[in-house]
Every structure is written in C-alpha cells, then in structure tokens.
Write a protein that binds this ligand. Structure first.
Ligand code: PMP
Ligand code: GLN
Length: 379
C-alpha cells in the first residue's frame, strides 16, 4: 500500500487547518442534518442501543433502506436478504470488490475516480481498467464508446460506476447507462454502483443502473447517509442487490468491521423515512449553492465546467495562468486563503486532469461568498 501515501483529502484539510484557509477541498457540509435524525440518535444513545447490532444491520434500518429505494427508484428488495448496512459507502465498495474479485480479475472504472476505488481494487489483487472521462465541446464530461468497449475483456469481473460522479459532477445519461448495461450483459460481468449522491442531481434525473433491463440480478447498488443527510462523520452506508451478491458482501464485511454504530442506525432509518419535502429541499439548497459558486468562480477568472450533480464543480486553472493543479492547490491558501483539491490525483492518466481542480459547494452561502471574494484576488 506504500504507493497510496496519504489521501488528498487528509492532506488538503490539514493544509486548511494550518493556514486558516476556507476549506472547499474535502467534501463535507458545514451544517447539520435533519433535526429528527439527530434527535433519534440522541434518544437511541440514551435508550441503550449501544451493543453490537445484527450483522446485516438493524431490521428498522434495512426496512427503511428498502422503502426508500422503492419510493425514489422503484426498486423492490427483500429487507432480510437483499440489504447490508456498512461502515459508509467506503466499506461497501471495498467489501463488494473483495467479495467479487479474484486476484488478476479486472475492474472497469471511469477516471477520474474516487480515491478509495484504486486502493480497494489493489487490496483485492485485482487490476483497474480506467476509461477516461473528458470534457467535450460543451464542457460536459463524456467517455469514448470505443475506449469503453475496449476496456472489457475475458478477465473483466465487474464495472464500478459512480453516478452522480465525484469529482466531475457528471450525471451519466440514460444512453450511457444503457451502453454500460449492454456491455455488462454481453461480457457477463457484475456492476457495483456508487450512488452516494443519488439525491444531488440538479438538471436531469438520477437513474440507478440496477433498474435497467437485465441489471437487477448482476448489480450491487451502494449508497450512504453521509451525503443525503449531511452526516459524513457517521459513516452509515449500505449495499442492496440480489441475495447471492449481498451474502458475498456480508461474508467479507463480517471480517472488516463485523457491524456498525448501533445508535446511528435507528436515526438513519428515521431520516430515510422523512417526507419528500426534505429531499427536494435538500436538492434545492445544493443547487443554489452550485449556482452561487459557479458564478463566483467564473467571475474570479476560472474556466468552469458544468456540474450536474454531487457536491462538486471542476475549474480549469489555465485562464489564471496555472498549469499544474497540485502545485496550484498547494499555493492557493497562501495566494488567496482557499483550499481546493487537484483533480489529477484521481486519474491514472494524470495529464488528462493536470489543469483541473475541484471545489466543494456543500457549504453555507456566506462561506461560499467569502471564498469567492478571496479568489477574486487571483485575477
Ligand atoms: N463514494 C464517493 C463517490 C464519495 O464521494 C464518497 C465520499 N464521501 C464515498 C464514496 C464515501 O462515502 P462514505 O463516507 O459513506 O464512506
Ligand atoms: N468524499 C469526500 C470528497 O470527495 C471526502 C471523503 C474522504 O475524505 N475520504 O471530498
């Protein structure tokens, strides 16, 4: 694991603390989640929910996960056999890859990719086959169809898909998902989908790959409470899918963490059952934040790529004279008092992202405004 070093998120958040800069690097909200959820956690703590919960998660949470998937995505699951609660989406991704891959198997993914993917694939002794997302003429990130087709081969075990996509803010289109689904079936592979930003789509709807024809039986769908309920420090996630895949994840999970945070589980169950108004309000707030940051970064002189979802927007540093995002982000606290994350660290083919950096907008409006005021000094 030596090549993996320290994650960029830890490095950049430490830099923000050290320099007193506004931290638009690591994606975490600066407001708390729904009060009903927080109250339920406090009540569970005081009420004695403090010992090991069941391996797959408490029944109330498994039922709530199933109800939520049915309500928003029309997916029907059995809460007893088709759901597993995990230590965040991170554990679900790791356990899924460890469960499904033999050493030497290949995992098709899209770069830039969330950093834990490369590490989890390596831990499984598997090999990543990244397909590069590149901004097209309209600025939207897309992949080359021939490149995706070529990434599949006899050793392909699974496709690891993140939509809405961190760090680009891309939301995969129905046509792109249909192509991925077709290739999974043609090559008889699994799909593992990371949908932690499922409620953060601003312009077009989110579509789970598991809902496409022929995909339910071969897809593990992963999500997490962290983003949807602004509690990234809780690390309550889950995977849903056909019983044989969920049971494979459970087999691994029992030796990674065994079980997770007992008092937080009933609280996340409460949150998942909140009325639709919570979810639409949450999306609207983040959409307004996106618009605010996009306008501010544009005014500050960055080239700004469209963000269709997630917490993040990508900025091109070349109009401000930058060439290397890592260097730019290391200097940014000193030059402007702001922290961002260089996108190139999420690529195998780093040249594709050398001039791009990522800003997070999961922050209060006044924090975004403060950051933008500071960034205006760069012009
Ligand atoms: N996947 C993606 C795409 C993410 O951005 C994150 C980060 N928050 C995670 C997984 C990890 O989620 P969790 O904190 O629930 O482990
Ligand atoms: N998902 C968050 C991000 O992309 C950070 C998660 C982490 O710090 N590992 O910023």
């Amino acid at each position: 694991m030596r090549p993996f070093g320290t994650t960029i998120f830890a490095e950049m958040s430490a830099l923000a603390v050290r320099t007193g800069a506004v931290n638009l690097g690591q994606g975490f909200p600066d407001t708390d989640g729904p009060p009903e959820m927080l109250a339920a956690a406090a009540q569970a703590l005081a009420g004695g929910a403090n010992q090991y919960p069941p391996l797959a998660g408490i029944p109330a949470l498994r039922h709530a996960i199933v109800e939520h998937e049915q309500r928003f995505w029309g997916l029907a699951r059995d809460p007893d056999t088709e759901v597993v609660v995990t230590a965040g989406a991170t554990e679900a991704v790791a356990a899924a890859i460890l469960a499904l891959c033999e050493p030497g198997d290949e995992v098709v993914c899209f770069e830039p990719y969330y950093d834990s993917y490369a590490a989890s694939i390596t831990l499984a002794g598997a090999v990543r086959r990244p397909v590069t997302l590149r901004p097209g003429p309209d600025g939207r990130y897309a992949f080359d169809e021939a490149e995706l087709r070529a990434a599949f081969g006899p050793r392909t075990r699974l496709v690891l898909l993140n939509t809405p996509h961190n760090p680009t803010g891309k939301v995969f289109t129905p046509a792109e998902l249909a192509l991925i689904a077709d290739l999974c079936q043609r090559h008889d592979t699994y799909a593992v989908t990371d949908e932690v930003y499922e409620h953060l789509v601003f312009d077009a709807p989110h579509t789970p790959l598991a809902g496409l024809p022929g995909m339910r039986e071969r897809t593990l769908r992963i999500s997490s409470a962290g983003k949807t309920f602004s509690c990234t420090g809780w690390k309550v996630g889950w995977a849903t899918g056909p019983a044989r895949l969920v049971s494979a994840v459970l087999r691994v999970k029992q030796f990674l963490t065994f079980v997770n945070a007992a008092p937080l589980q009933p609280a996340v169950a409460v949150a998942l059952r909140l009325p639709d108004a919570y979810f639409t309000g949450f999306t609207a707030t983040l959409r307004a934040n996106r618009d605010r940051l996009v306008a501010g970064l544009t005014a500050a002189g960055f080239g700004v790529l469209p963000s269709e979802g997630t917490y993040f927007v990508t900025a091109d540093i070349r109009p401000l004279g930058g060439t290397d995002g890592v260097e730019f982000c290391r200097e940014l606290p000193g030059r402007a008092g702001v922290v961002a994350v260089p996108t190139q660290v999420f690529y195998d083919h780093q040249d594709a992202g050398r001039h791009l950096i990522r800003f997070a907008f999961c922050k209060r409006a006044e924090v975004i405004d403060d950051a933008v005021d500071r960034l205006r000094k760069l012009a």
